[in-house]
Design a protein around this ligand. Structure first.
Ligand code: G3H
Ligand code: 13P
Ligand code: ZN
Length: 290
């Protein structure tokens, strides 16, 4: 069934586990995520980015997620969320087409501008009954760091969420949840980089709203368990499901070069996504929390 992302993450916060927020692009990935959620009896967030809206079209991708959530997920809650919304215009389009949860990512702007843009979005979204995730500190792509140099937390320090800005950001914007930067990066993890638990603890003491870890692909399971223990209530996964889907696609086509029927080619890819999402649900502790 369709649900509000905020309800799911608030429940996770009370229960000391995390909700997985998985990116989708199409029917197949959506089926893989929802089948995993059903098998694990786990609430899930399914999120689409601006690039996916550009690829699939806003209404088609909404229809895919909403239809499968409503018709096939039974009592398992599925929330549809806009991932990394960059502009007021995108947010308005998404909310007016039925999103109950959106992210405004103005984290590349200086603090005051991030606050101004986020606040504008929150005022609009709340009037329409939607909840908003903001981002403070920047979560870059792993490849934007010089991987050859074994990046350290000190080197990316400037990009990480500054605990002394958190209270101001949250109280002025009135965001419902907050994406933070504590050494996490989009894409596979930066080798050798440990998440900054001390920073997370400081942030957690300052604000009570749910905290979100972007770039959760490739982070060692122990580190994920630790950040959930310290108060992360939503973990975003995209790259690992992409690997699962695309590696299976390559394998099927390499092994069966004459296969023609797209359903026969794509069914194992759906299943590969299902398997990786199930493993993440188990890691995040959200299985059985329907
Ligand atoms: O965090 C970003 C997500 O992985 C979405 O990436 O803009 O390529 O769809 P995308
Ligand atoms: P990964 O691609 O690193 O899993 O990050 C996903 C994400 O943060 C989506 O917002
Ligand atoms: Zn992200």
């Amino acid at each position: 069934m369709l649900a509000s992302a905020l309800d799911l993450i608030k429940k996770a916060q009370k229960g000391h586990y995390a909700i997985g927020a998985f990116n989708t692009y199409n029917l197949e990935v959506t089926l893989g995520i929802i089948r995993a959620a059903l098998l694990e009896r786990s609430p899930v967030v399914i999120q689409v980015s601006e690039n996916t809206i550009f690829y699939a079209g806003l209404r088609p991708i909404i229809s895919i997620v909403k239809t499968i959530a409503a018709d096939e997920a039974g009592d398992v809650p599925v929330a549809l969320h806009l991932d990394h919304g960059k502009s007021f215009h995108t947010v308005v389009e998404c909310i007016n087409n039925g999103f109950s949860s959106i992210m405004i990512d103005a984290s590349s702007y200086p603090l005051e501008e991030n606050i101004r843009m986020t606040k504008e979005v929150v005022e609009y979204a709340h009037k329409k009954g939607a909840c908003v995730q903001g981002e403070l500190g920047r979560v870059k792509k792993a490849e934007d760091y010089d991987l050859g140099n074994n990046v350290t937390l000190e080197e990316i320090g400037e990009l990480m969420t500054k605990p002394d800005e958190v209270e101001k950001f949250v109280s002025e914007t009135k965001v419902d949840s907050l994406a933070i930067s504590i050494g996490n990066a989009h894409g596979m993890d930066v080798p050798g980089l440990e998440l900054d638990l001390e920073r997370l603890r400081k942030i957690k003491k300052i604000v009570s709203i749910p905290l979100v870890l972007h770039g959760a692909s490739g982070i060692a399971p122990d580190q994920i368990r630790n950040v959930i223990k310290e108060g992360i209530t939503e973990c975003n996964i995209d790259t690992e499901t992409q690997f699962a889907f695309t590696n299976m696609l390559k394998e099927i086509l390499e092994e069966n070069p004459h296969l023609l029927d797209p359903r026969k080619i794509l069914a194992p890819c759906i299943d590969a996504v299902r398997a990786i999402v199930e493993s993440k649900i188990e890691l995040f502790g959200s299985g059985g929390k329907v």
